[in-house]
Every structure is written in C-alpha cells, then in structure tokens.
Design a protein around this ligand. Structure first.
Ligand SMILES: Nc1nc2c(ncn2[C@@H]2O[C@H](COP(=O)(O)OP(=O)(O)OP(=O)(O)O)[C@@H](O)[C@H]2O)c(=O)[nH]1
Ligand SMILES: [Zn+2]
Length: 202
C-alpha cells in the first residue's frame, strides 16, 4: 500500500563485505572440529558444520526494513525513548555472544520515527562482529544522520560471554556504554534526563 504523502519510507538494505560463504564456512567448521580432537563424522557431529555455518550466517545478517518517518505535526519536543531493547551480538575478539539491552532515545526535530525502527536499527548493527563501543556509536550516528533529530542518546548494557564462560570468568558483570549526539551531548540537563529515563545513574 502506498503511504500517505507526508509519510516517508526509505528501504534499507545492508550489504557487509563479501557476505558469508556457507560452503567455505562449513569446511572450516569441519577442520575446527578435527583440530579440537573430535570425529567430525560421528552421527551427532555429521551435520554440525552445516548447522554452524547457517547459524553464523543468520547471526551476521540483519533484516531489511523500511525507515518510516512521520511529520512532527504536534511539535512534540520531549524525549522519545525505547527502553530495554534486547541486544544480541558477537564479539569480534572471541566470536562469542554478548547480550543485554539497549535504551535508545531521541529528541524530535521536524519528523518522528516509527517506534519499532529504534529496535530495528539496534539489530541492524548488532548482527555483526562487534565491539560494544562501536555498536553503541553506530546506532547513535546512524539515527542522527538518517532522522536528523535535535539529539540522540544510546545506552547499551551487556554481558560478554568471553568474560563469563572463559578468561576472567566473571558471570553477571555487565558493561555499560553510551553515545550521545546533538542536544543530548551538549546540554547537561537533557543528558541527565536521558540517563534518568534510561535508568542509568550519571
Ligand atoms: N573494548 C572492548 N573489549 C572487548 C569487547 N569484547 C571483548 N573485549 C575484550 O577484548 C580483549 C581481548 O584481549 P586479549 O588479551 O587479546 O585476549 P584474551 O587473552 O582472550 O583476554 P582475556 O579475555 O582477558 O582472557 C579482552 O580484554 C576482552 O574482554 C568489547 O565489546 N569492547
Ligand atoms: Zn570477546
């Protein structure tokens, strides 16, 4: 269906590097199993390389979506904040998951954003090999660029499996990162309000 004249939809696709080569990934997982001293041809492991290749392809491929915006007819000039958006990503140092929540807010300018799109933007950058700092900043920068609001704030709180299951082994420890743009970066009161609404004490 065609949107109304004042509703804007931009279809977004993400193409990352050369994409996932499923066959090469399958071969590499077979080699990894062998290197780990396993019989890659035992009944349970026989299809594992294929499953793992598909699992990585899925975890590294965000869904496409339309960025739908509406005119800010009421002149709404307070924060819009989506809290507790689930975040699932893979750390690029160990290829292990990190997961938690994102709080994403913006101060509208001329247009307001379809609310679900805040969560879709998080997924857009989370389905990648990531570090949490970059993920946080990419979401904030992208919203600033595509929505042109007066300000953007992003907080991510996440637990990294590479810190829980191995290495330092501190399950339950969560890392908090934030990225601010525009008024939220420049104005102390707006920034405080954003962190308060996010449930983060700053
Ligand atoms: N800044 C940042 N570091 C991360 C992230 N995910 C994992 N790391 C860290 O990347 C670092 C890699 O350090 P190395 O010393 O090369 O790796 P390592 O020997 O496996 O380190 P340990 O985890 O301390 O055992 C570790 O300190 C991880 O905790 C992230 O999102 N951001
Ligand atoms: Zn890691």
């Amino acid at each position: 269906m065609q949107p109304a004249d004042d509703v804007e939809q931009r279809h977004l696709r993400v193409v990352r590097g050369g994409g996932v080569d499923l066959e090469a990934a399958r071969r590499a997982v077979t080699d990894l199993l062998t290197a780990l001293g396993r019989d890659a041809h035992s009944p349970h492991l026989a299809d594992t390389p294929k499953r793992v290749a598909h699992a990585y392809a899925e975890m590294l491929t965000p869904r496409e979506f339309d960025l739908t915006t509406f005119p800010n007819e009421e002149g709404y000039d307070e924060l819009v904040l989506a809290r507790d958006i689930p975040v699932q990503s893979l750390c690029e140092h160990h290829l292990l998951p990190f997961h938690g929540v994102a709080h994403v807010g913006y101060l509208p300018g001329d247009r307001i954003l379809g609310l679900s799109k805040l969560a879709r933007v998080v997924e857009l950058f989370a389905r990648d090999l990531q570090v949490q700092e970059r993920l946080t900043k990419q979401v904030a920068d992208w919203l600033q660029q595509h929505l042109a609001p007066k300000g953007v704030g992003v907080v991510i709180e996440a637990e990294h499996m590479c810190m829980s299951m191995r290495g330092v082994r501190v399950p339950g420890s969560r890392t908090v990162t934030s990225a601010l743009q525009g008024v939220l970066r420049e104005d102390a009161r707006s920034r405080q309000e954003f962190f308060a609404l996010s449930g983060v004490h700053a």
